[in-house]
Write a protein that binds this ligand. Sequence first.
Ligand code: ATP
Ligand code: MG
Length: 457
Amino acid sequence: MPVDNAFTAFGLRKTLLPAHNFGQPTRATGILNQFKLPGEPVEMSKLVIVVHYHELWLKGGNRRFFLSKLHMALKRALEGLPVERILRPGDRLLVEFGEGVAAQEAVARIERVFGVAFYAVARVVPRGSDDDLAALGRAAWEEIRGEKFKTFAVRAKRSDKSFPSRTIDIDVSVGQYLVDQLRASGRDARVNLNDPELTCRIEIPPGPSLLVFARKIPGAGGLPPNTAGRMTCLLSGGFDSAVAAHKMMKRGAHLNFVHFWGGGARPGESSVHVARELVKRLVPWQFSAKLYLVAFEPVQREIVSRAPEKFRILLYRRMMLRIAERVARSNRALGLITGDSLAQVASQTLHNMAAVGAAVRMPLYRPLAGDDKIEIMDAARKIGTHEISAEPFHDCCPIFLPRNPALHATVEELDHAENTLDIEALIRQAIDAMAIERYRYAGGQVEKVESFKSATA
Ligand code: ATP
Ligand code: MG
């Protein structure tokens, strides 16, 4: 290993160690030589997962609120698994499991918890029971010996400054031990801090546990679930609105969903089952959700019979927004969400979106406005809604489709086109006939907990 590489490999500063080389004794490697490291494996009796969050949302006075929400979300996500306790040593959470936990299941559940930056199954080294650096070395070797890599680095993070060894000393001590073990087992792997294939991480939080892990799993990111307030999403069966929903959930909004289904469908062909499947796929991210199912054909028939053909789609959208706004108010939601993407289809030109959006007073969010279809499809694949939206279903909108839809409608034109519609009556009628379903995510399963008709939204 070139001297310069080794030098950076364990974060050694030039002032401390001008020519560090793992073959030669130096001040830092001298520290290592104080320990004769026996080769017995570290026992890992319990599964422990270390969870890191984004630091950004810790700014200001919201720290406690966000952290307790994240704690709660982890608890709910892991419901049904034998979680013994969730601790918060320093800037991380530690989930300790009891006997009989399936690690894969636990890992998969945490994948869907917003607010998690990254997480890992960690080896726990009890602090102070032995020589800590030696014990960390042994744990690190157990952690990486089964991995395939050509280059590696050790990175320690000492959040408890009372730990007697400095970060650099931990890096070097453990790094040296790993180099020795690798050599002894005839493996050809080098230290490389700039771009290592494998990074063995060591954390020294306050408390009795030192942590070692090498397989960092990226978390869902975003803010902890249910921290922002409520919103109502207009969920079609297509790709876009499910992705739009997920984006807003990721920012901490708790959503309920409104789906408009059309007539003309043969049994089993309707879009309702698609909307249900989408909601089921989205619920785990926020633990519960209501789905409002609105029969839209009566509204469409009125629009078709009374308004100019070229405005039909835009007037459907306006009525959808108005009905969803009513539902939103009844839920004390503070915003509406649609999956509109600028210029994706005729109804989504800037002119048309402005003219349609003017029908409601509640703030309307279009989180995909600036996204390409390809980006949206990729996101749908990642969150698992793609396969559901890709199934053919009977969308309500193409029914009575205009031959030449207006591309640049104005608010005035649409207001005028609605002149002879009894808007309030149409809204009431739709809401009176609306069905409501309630879904819950618990114990790793989504279940429908209630389903009822509502006379008042
Ligand atoms: P998506 O946009 O979800 O892929 P789509 O392309 O069929 O579905 P668009 O015609 O792009 O829908 O409609 C724009 C937005 O209007 C949707 O993203 C959705 O928010 C809302 N919307 C359209 N149809 C429905 C529906 N049947 N029920 C609820 N919302 C709908
Ligand atoms: Mg769309």
